[in-house]
Design a protein around this ligand. Structure first.
Ligand SMILES: NC(=O)c1ccc[n+]([C@@H]2O[C@H](COP(=O)([O-])OP(=O)(O)OC[C@H]3O[C@@H](n4cnc5c(N)ncnc54)[C@H](OP(=O)(O)O)[C@@H]3O)[C@@H](O)[C@H]2O)c1
Length: 308
């Protein structure tokens, strides 16, 4: 599979497997998908402590390596420090727990999942305290690259000048209904690789709002899918890869995850199809982070600095 090169020289596949099973899929089901996906050819696995399934995924990774399906060096394993582990020393503890659960002695990517802790709004000083711990993990050789997630341009402008080591990746919600053009090109200009989360619009997630767009039902996407005789999900993935982000679609169904990978290298979308998708953007954020609304704030847009 083709790869992209990060700022630090690390090669990363153009697509990975998401592992957020939520309340619909058990850790065992997700772990089985990870094992199957590696067998199919996936080399990037997007994990997080907060997804509650790293222990089972660790068993799957170990099995895949013991059976000789893949060597450790050929895998890119990514995880995230959760928002309840932002205190002094917590990031090292969190990383150690993830390494133990995933049965690894290093991670390829480690990302701050949310830019604020459970208890408060974003604060530059507090964020940098977390980032310094991330930098330390890198110096210690426990992680190969570090990144951020769920950021805005306002927050990046505040923290990037303070970073001793710049983030190599930014996990951000990216799908045809929420393309985040400004933030996407901001990252591009700063050589930060966007990782596209919820690339299919997370169709069955639990916290849907009534006015959320169903990405795989967008008429523009369905029309292109019909032309190519593929599921609309495949159009979302091809669009993402051709645009330059690294999508990490979640699937536990073997046919789904196999197709998601295989179609990446098949006939590309045309320039005109890419343009049609670009103008179809609905600026519809699905992952609102309402659970992080702090006291005295009732508008989830504030979490995103009212940027979109
Ligand atoms: N950094 C963060 O804070 C953060 C937050 C959220 C997510 N993420 C990452 O992003 C990953 C992806 O996001 P997501 O899991 O929310 O949703 P998603 O990838 O947008 O959507 C996944 C769902 O799409 C359906 N699907 C997958 N492949 C398909 C295909 N070929 N044809 C038809 N349907 C297909 C499946 O639905 P059914 O199961 O119903 O078949 C699957 O559950 C997560 O798993 C996680 O790793 C990171």
């Amino acid at each position: 599979m083709s790869t992209l090169t990060l700022l630090n020289g690390m090669e990363v596949p153009q697509i990975g497997l998401g592992t957020f099973g939520g309340t619909r899929y058990s850790p065992e089901q997700v772990a089985q998908a990870v094992y199957g996906a590696i067998k199919t050819g996936y080399r990037l696995i997007n994990c997080a402590a907060s997804f509650g399934n790293e222990e089972k995924i660790g068993e799957a990774l170990e099995q895949a390596m013991e059976e000789g399906l893949v060597a450790r060096d050929d895998l890119i394993i990514s995880s995230k420090v959760a928002s309840d582990m932002h205190g002094k020393g917590d990031v090292l503890l969190s990383c150690a727990q993830t390494l133990r659960d995933l049965r690894l002695d290093y991670l390829d990517m480690y990302v701050i999942q949310w830019p604020f802790s459970d208890t408060g709004p974003f604060d530059v000083g507090e964020f940098m305290m977390v980032w310094r711990q991330m930098e330390k993990l890198l110096y210690m050789g426990l992680v190969r690259s570090i990144g951020m997630s769920n950021m805005t341009i306002t927050k990046l402008d505040a923290v990037l000048p303070l970073c001793r080591i710049r983030p190599s990746v930014l996990e951000m919600e990216l799908h045809p209904a929420f393309q985040q053009q400004e933030l996407f090109y901001y990252c591009y200009a700063k050589s930060i690789q966007p990782i596209g989360i919820c690339p299919l619009g997370s169709p069955n997630r639990a916290d849907k709002d009534d006015d959320d767009i169903s990405v795989i039902e967008m008429p523009e996407i369905v029309a292109i899918a019909e032309t190519h005789k593929v599921h609309p999900a495949i159009v979302c993935i091809k669009w993402a890869v051709q645009r330059g982000q690294i999508p990490v679609p979640f699937a536990i169904d073997e046919i789904q995850y196999t197709n998601n990978l295989r179609w990446v290298s098949k006939l590309p979308l045309t320039e005109s199809e890419m343009e049609k998708i670009e103008v179809a953007d609905k600026n519809c954020r699905l992952l609102k982070g309402k659970e992080y609304l702090w006291e005295d704030s009732d508008d989830w847009q504030e979490i995103w600095d009212n940027e979109a």
